[in-house]
Design a protein around this ligand. Structure first.
Ligand code: IVH
Length: 680
């Protein structure tokens, strides 16, 4: 009877559920990766994702290529098939100086016969151009630019980019559209990736652009899926089944309304002067942008005007890329000298004929290591290409062999340290050669001391490279501990030191004695232990003795510490000389609060505590962790706020972790979470 009243329904309930889940996940992805405003807790997201995976496993016929579960990459491809672009992917004309911009505006005004041109200004992303094809709103293909006419099919790899929607949203979706834009890697993601590469003993990428290129052209899309790529739209190719908006800015707004990532750093302005204002405002923020740009792009905003202007050879006459001053230049390599670093690493340094690059004159550049000099086939006397990127040390990237002088000579690595004459050790499997002199080497000593005194370390105000050089050369200090025993009478004898400056330094040494555990750990200058790792170690161990006594296994339990770092820390503390320096520092009065971390304290009740989970925990699933916390009456919140007591962070923790650091909230790993639970 019941069956008669409710005949078999036409839709498949799992199909409906799968559709609902896909929608929910896509919307959460958009909120997180495109809008940067998470809308559901990570745990909820994981729950939906797992449920969808389960439905798809039970009903394989329900699987679709645009399901969010397909973002994890698939089979290894043998090569990339060619894709012929329906609308060629053109390039842009470049300008470098203000005059190039006024000339562009004049050319445009002359053709359009008015001089109040409306321009759309945007960023020139430093990544790789790709074209994304959507049919009936579904992502079906992605291709690289190639030669502009034919590119390569990188669909499997682009599908793994979380900010690329697999289904376009809204009602204004065309039958067919090619979205044009740039694939890039955010600076933070790039650093994280290089850190992972380093720890896994793999080659690091030289810049975010190379990392993005290498990741996009991976034959194994499962590897691409692990590479944190991003995407920004800057235009379209073919469009069918929908009217094209009247202006470029409206076109980008439309793209954003379909859920595509469009940068907010854009503007619509009038006249050449406003173009330059846009450039300057972006240039001022360039280093603080989360990704690299190499200039800005100006585009005539109105479509009808763009059409009137048309194209000249392979670039539109309606657009101009205004590039930042060249970061690369040619000059002569006069000599290669070697420099000894804090850990004894011997770096070949190029002495160059002075050259103006990206706004400054450079005379030195790094050549990284002897292997690189050989690999790049650089000889002393060569004309070389030097590059400056942001505020990093300039580097020599190659030589122009066609200009090689007859007397150019190869570089040979010295066998002994130029500073202390100790032997230089070349381990066959290591790129870096090292002076084995340790702290008997003045160069290493100076650098170690300078590192120790740095603002981020013990913050000894008034002590710089110049003073340290004098102190070391006059044999006044050997280890950092000696700094704290410096007498006023020795200081006043230093060149350019008066009573007042000597007293000031003594006062800042008194102040520097009171420090924090993380600063102290960082100041020790343990290889691979930067500020971030020092903080994590301090938080994890709570006391220096606990850290000094930790085994490699115990160190590996620390969030973000891999085998290479764990080994470096362990060996550092095994070294008797290092233990002795630490003891001397302690007896010289260097102090830091050594409270065991809060989690060690027995809490009477955990009710009222709020925890946020982020990243992938080593053994617990998100759901399991949440259940364990909730079972102990701990509230698990979706986002980090001032009310959060702890953030439990696992691998690949991102924005939540950064926010927690900013707010000074205690960050613990899975082990820390377990201890918290045990304390109840
Ligand atoms: S528009 C017809 N806009 O620059 C013009 N390109 O030199 C097509 N690029 O291959 C390009 N940011 O990879 C355009 N906001 C932007 C861009 C941009 C970066 C790259 C793109 C292109 C190259 C052209």
């Amino acid at each position: 009877m019941l069956l008669m009243m409710f005949p078999r329904i036409a839709y498949h309930p799992p199909a409906a559920r799968a559709a609902w889940l896909r929608n929910k996940i896509a919307s959460a992805n958009h909120a997180y990766y495109v809008l940067d405003q998470p809308e559901i807790p990570d745990a909820e997201y994981d729950k939906f994702f797992k449920e969808l995976e389960k439905i798809e496993a039970n009903y394989p016929e329900l699987m679709t290529p645009t399901s969010p579960t397909q973002r994890i990459g698939g089979a290894v491809a043998e090569g990339f098939s060619p894709v012929i672009h329906d609308v060629p992917m053109l390039s842009l004309n470049n300008g470098f100086e203000d005059g190039d911009v006024t000339a562009f505006d004049k050319r445009v005004s002359d053709v359009l016969r008015h001089n109040d041109i409306e321009y759309a200004c945007e960023l020139k992303f430093d990544g790789l151009a790709v074209s994304l094809r959507y049919e009936y709103g579904h992502f079906v293909r992605a291709s690289t630019r190639g030669d502009g006419i034919t590119g390569e099919d990188v669909t499997a790899n682009v599908r793994t980019i979380r900010s690329v929607p697999l289904i376009l949203s809204g009602d204004a979706v065309p039958r067919l559209i090619d979205i044009r834009g740039e694939v890039l890697m955010f600076k933070l993601d790039f650093e994280q990736l290089n850190k992972q590469q380093r720890e896994a003993g793999q080659r690091e990428f030289s810049n975010p652009r190379n990392a993005a290129a290498g990741s996009l052209r991976q034959l194994d899309s499962r590897i691409s899926a692990k590479r944190p790529l991003s995407f920004f739209v800057y235009g379209i190719g073919i469009l069918e089944g929908f009217p094209i908006p009247d202006t470029h800015s409206a076109l980008l707004d439309w793209c954003a309304s379909m859920g595509l990532p469009v940068s907010l750093d854009r503007a619509v302005v009038r006249g050449a002067a406003s173009l330059l204002t846009f450039l300057r405002s972006i240039n001022a923020r360039r280093l603080s942008l989360p990704y690299d740009i190499d200039g800005v792009v100006y585009k005539v905003n109105r479509r009808d005007e763009q059409e009137k202007l048309g194209f000249v050879s392979r670039a539109p006459r309606f657009a101009l890329a205004h590039k930042f001053p060249a970061q690369e230049a040619l000059t002569q390599l006069l000599e290669i000298e070697v420099q000894v670093g804090r850990t004894g690493a011997i770096t070949p340094v190029a002495r160059l004929k002075p050259v103006f690059v990206g706004g400054v004159t450079i005379t030195n550049a790094t050549l990284h290591n002897a292997g690189e000099v050989l690999r790049k086939n650089i000889l002393i006397g060569d004309i070389v290409i030097v590059r400056r990127a942001g505020d990093v040390i300039p580097e020599v990237i190659g030589a122009l062999k066609e200009y090689r002088p007859a007397d150019a000579k190869p570089f040979t690595m010295p066998t002994h340290c130029p500073v202390c004459s100790s032997a230089i050790e070349h381990q066959p499997d290591k790129a870096v050669a090292r002076c084995i002199g340790g702290l008997i080497c003045d160069a290493q000593r100076k650098r170690a001391l300078w590192h120790f005194a740095q603002r981020q370390a013990l913050n000894i105000d008034g002590i710089g490279k110049r003073i340290i050089t004098q102190l070391v050369e006059q044999n006044l200090i050997h280890t950092p501990a000696d700094l704290f025993n410096l007498a006023f009478t020795s200081l006043v004898k230093l060149s350019r030191f008066a009573d007042k400056s000597a007293q000031k330094l003594i006062d800042s040494l008194v102040r520097a004695r009171q420090t924090t555990l993380s600063r102290f750990i960082y100041a020790l200058g343990i290889r691979h232990v930067g500020e971030g790792t020092a903080k994590t170690l301090a938080q994890h161990f709570g006391s220096l003795d606990a850290l000094m006594g930790a085994s490699e296994e115990m160190l590996l339990e620390v969030n973000d510490v891999g085998p290479v770092v764990a080994k470096a820390i362990h060996y550092f503390f095994l070294e008797p000389h290092n233990r002795m320096v630490i003891e001397k520092l302690r007896s010289a009065g260097v102090r830091w609060p050594e409270k065991p971390i809060a989690l060690h304290k027995p809490a009477r009740s955990l009710t009222g505590i709020t925890v946020v989970l982020t990243g992938t925990l080593p053994t617990l699933s998100r759901k399991m962790a949440q259940e364990m916390l909730e079972a102990a009456s701990i509230k698990v919140a979706a986002s980090v706020s001032k009310k959060t007591n702890y953030v439990v962070a696992g691998a690949k923790a991102g924005k939540k972790l950064m926010r927690a650091e900013k707010l000074g909230i205690s960050i613990v790993n899975e082990e820390g979470m377990r201890r918290l639970l045990e304390s109840s």
